[in-house]
Design a protein around this ligand. Structure first.
Ligand code: SF4
Ligand code: SF4
Length: 363
């Protein structure tokens, strides 16, 4: 059966994240708003502005979010569509900002990936299938944003790319589907962020803006294995309740993919456009153990960068936090391949998150 993404609308309010954006004059509690109406501007010219994602009444504004209570009949100031096709290429970035989109980070070459990047992110086949036209509109918009850049497609099979496109076939399973490793396979360069690699989801957001000329108010998200289009600012708790995934004592809610996702502490939090998935990890299934290291080296052999992760992994976990930096994991991608390979199920994701430079919080 073909993959589909359903529209999800079992919400009664959304909490649109501000993340540093400044509310516009007149945006205050009690005001009716229309879906797509601008609510706040980001001072950073590369970061997209903030919009109402549903029709409703502003219920609360705090430091972190604007909470909108659903009212399908509410009418604020609906946005006027922008004809992006008529906008000169050099004027596209500010127009995309106004439509709520961050300026894409482009590199040479620009890489389009048709692959699902990580276990637990299930929307790629449906976006490249049922929503292909919109995704391709995103590719065209991206090409206009970086004229002269070579565009390379990373695919499983040649037929996945448009005729005549330059393609590279990616054969390996995860972690070779990660943007960082796709970029490495194509350019030979190491880049933990995989800048310049675009997947179906980002392209679909661009394509929606290109086709409708309206601010992006919905995004694809995988919820416990099923993918939906949900309003930006949907609260994690509403999605989990809908899917009967209410966490119990000791369970963890994971925001993102099953391997690289992070624990989500505040379930009333509204999800921003970067939220790709929500999963519930039951305490009983969390895995990991404190079995001693067997010095088998399988973790190091599984590492796509060849990092000697077995050296710090052999130490007792209580030393992982205290040990001074040794540089062994500086290039770590946090892909989790080492943890998946460990026969002793040692909690290696905790190790790499604690010790890897890539995991350091930057301002
Ligand atoms: S998470 Fe593990 S396998 Fe992946 S790059 Fe880091 S050390 Fe290597
Ligand atoms: S795979 Fe697990 S048991 Fe084997 S060396 Fe690495 S941490 Fe130790």
């Amino acid at each position: 059966m073909a993959e589909v993404i359903k529209d999800w609308d079992a919400y009664d309010r959304v909490a649109v994240p501000l993340a540093g954006a400044l509310p516009l004059k007149g945006v205050k509690p009690g005001r009716p708003v229309s879906s797509g109406e601008a609510l706040a501007r980001r001072p950073d010219p590369r970061r997209g502005d903030v919009h109402a994602s549903i029709n409703g009444l502003i219920e609360e504004i705090n430091e972190f979010e604007i909470i909108i209570r659903r009212d399908d009949e509410a009418v604020g100031e609906p946005p006027q569509p922008v004809d992006l096709a008529a906008v000169p290429a050099n004027e596209l970035p500010p127009r995309l900002k106004e439509l709520g989109l961050d300026a894409p980070r482009t590199d040479e070459p620009v890489i389009i990936s048709t692959l699902a990047s990580e276990p637990g992110l299930n929307f790629a086949p449906a976006l490249w299938g049922e929503h292909r036209e919109t995704v391709l509109a995103g590719v065209n918009l991206l090409a206009r944003l970086c004229p002269g850049h070579k565009i390379t497609w990373a695919v499983r099979q040649p037929g996945e790319a448009p005729e005549g496109a330059e393609t590279v076939i990616i054969k390996g399973a995860y972690p070779h589907t990660l943007p960082s490793l796709i970029k490495r396979a194509i350019t030979g360069r190491n880049d933990a962020n995989g800048a310049g690699v675009f997947g179906a989801r980002e392209l679909h957001l661009l394509g929606r803006a290109a086709r409708t000329g309206r601010p992006v108010t919905r995004m694809a998200l995988t919820l416990g294995g099923v993918s939906y289009f949900v309003p930006v600012g949907t609260r994690a708790i509403d999605l989990l309740t809908f899917a009967n995934l209410g966490p119990g004592c000791g369970d963890a809610v994971i925001l993102g993919g099953l391997v690289r996702g992070r624990g989500l502490a505040r379930l009333e939090r509204g999800l921003d456009k970067t939220a790709e998935a929500l999963h519930l990890a039951r305490r009983a299934d969390l895995g990991g153990s404190l079995q001693p290291c067997r010095a088998c080296g399988q973790c190091a052999r599984a590492c796509p960068l060849g990092l000697p992760v077995d050296l710090p992994a052999a130490r007792p976990p209580e030393e992982w936090l205290a040990a001074p930096p040794d540089g062994i994991l500086d290039a770590c991608l946090l892909c989790g391949a080492c943890a998946l390979a460990c026969p002793a199920q040692r909690p290696l994701m905790s190790l790499v998150r604690l010790r890897a430079k890539a995991a350091m919080v930057t301002p």
